[in-house]
Design a protein around this ligand. Structure first.
Ligand SMILES: Nc1ncnc2c1ncn2[C@@H]1O[C@H](COP(=O)(O)OP(=O)(O)OP(=O)(O)O)[C@@H](O)[C@H]1O
Ligand SMILES: [Mg+2]
Length: 348
């Protein structure tokens, strides 16, 4: 697992998250974590609409932070990425690759750009005396992948990988793991929720394996757009004001209308997440969800963990620190913003 120094980049709806570090057998060593604004209109749902201005933003970040590392990995997500769990009989590696592609093609809409198909063997088991594999497969529109390749070349960097967040993050929690100094048993089922600006992604991981990943199309921005007109604020000002909200203090129905509105939106968002927990549990896969972990900028709302817990009745922990990260620089904002990028340092 020990590799060379790597930069990993997660281009999001609001920020470009850049991490420089190295993945060792002992864990991750991060030496830089840089956040820059995603230029307005340059990115949506995994697609970079304007590679050039994203390139300029990353280039500036490289220069200002004196980053020299050429090897770059990207992690992204898009509702256009199609994932499936397939069951295949035991076969040779090359045959398996063809069989997976053939099988996947029936799920893919025919598009001009085509798809890049990748898979990993999640599990092997015996059924009716036949050895089989459980395979997690992802098909990414080729246009999305090409854009990242072009971006790396435009930056004169060496692209080594393009991953999807759900896969990147599941590597962080593949074995026994610790969050904020507390250890967790890998044999249980956990939900990891990435609360971004435009999206909220629910990942359910059981026994270290990703069992469900769903991108919900709402995020922190919903709160800004709902609150801004009430106070006649610009979206930027409303976003700043949001950081003052304390979900854990004043109660519902308080004189603070803004906080009530925020609670209302968050309750709706939580209900959408809860539907996914119920869906997962109803499929009978393993036990119920033991603990929910939240990360992503949107998880920074004060008192959010307790607020979600009061609705879903499951323990909620905001990720501020991860045991797998052995060294990290002072981060402002915190590690919660860099979970996808940090995870993408792990290459195997
Ligand atoms: N302290 C805070 N309190 C509440 N919200 C916050 C705080 N800090 C950042 N946010 C919100 O977090 C969001 C940005 O988070 P993040 O960087 O995870 O998004 P992104 O990855 O760019 O977006 P997406 O994942 O949807 O593509 C914004 O909506 C921002 O307002
Ligand atoms: Mg994000």
């Amino acid at each position: 697992m020990t590799g060379q120094k790597l930069v990993s980049i997660d281009v999001g709806g609001k920020y470009i998250h850049i991490v420089e570090g190295i993945s060792k057998t002992s864990g991750l060593e991060i030496n830089r974590a840089v956040l820059v604004n995603t230029p307005v209109g340059s990115y949506a749902d995994g697609r970079m609409e304007d590679i050039n201005i994203i390139k300029d933003a990353i280039k500036t970040a490289y220069l200002e932070n004196k980053i020299k590392t050429k090897r770059v990995a990207f992690s992204t997500q898009s509702t256009a990425v199609i994932t499936r769990d397939l069951v295949m009989p035991l076969m040779k590696a090359e045959e398996l690759e063809n069989a997976v592609k053939y099988e996947m093609e029936q799920y893919l809409p025919s598009t001009q750009e085509g798809y890049i198909i990748e898979f990993k063997i999640n599990q092997d088991f015996t059924e009716d005396n036949i050895k089989k594999y459980k395979i997690r497969t992802a098909a990414m529109p080729a246009g999305i992948a090409d854009a990242y390749y072009k971006l790396a070349l435009a930056l004169k960097l060496k692209p080594v990988a393009l991953d999807i967040h759900s896969n990147s993050v599941s590597k962080l929690f593949a074995g026994a793991f610790s969050v904020n100094g507390e250890s967790f048993d890998p044999d249980k089922t956990y939900a990891f929720i990435d609360m971004g600006s435009r999206t909220t992604t629910v990942n359910i991981i059981a026994n270290g394996k990703l069992e469900l990943s769903r991108i919900l199309s709402f995020g922190g921005r919903e709160i800004d757009t709902a609150v801004a007109p009430q106070y006649n604020l610009s979206l930027e000002k409303a976003e700043k004001k949001k950081e003052e909200i304390r979900l854990d203090s004043s109660s519902y129905g308080s004189e603070n209308l803004q906080e009530d509105e925020v609670r209302h939106i968050l309750a709706q968002q939580t209900a959408e997440m809860q539907k996914l927990f119920h869906f997962h549990t109803s499929r009978g896969a393993g036990g119920g969800i033991q603990t929910i972990f939240i990360y992503g900028g949107g998880s920074g709302l004060k008192g959010l963990a307790g607020f979600i817990k009061s609705i879903v009745n499951i323990d909620v922990i905001k990720i501020d620190d991860l045991g797998i990260i052995k060294t990290k620089p002072y981060m402002e904002p915190g590690l919660d913003h860099f979970v996808n990028a940090a995870a993408a340092l792990i290459r195997y």
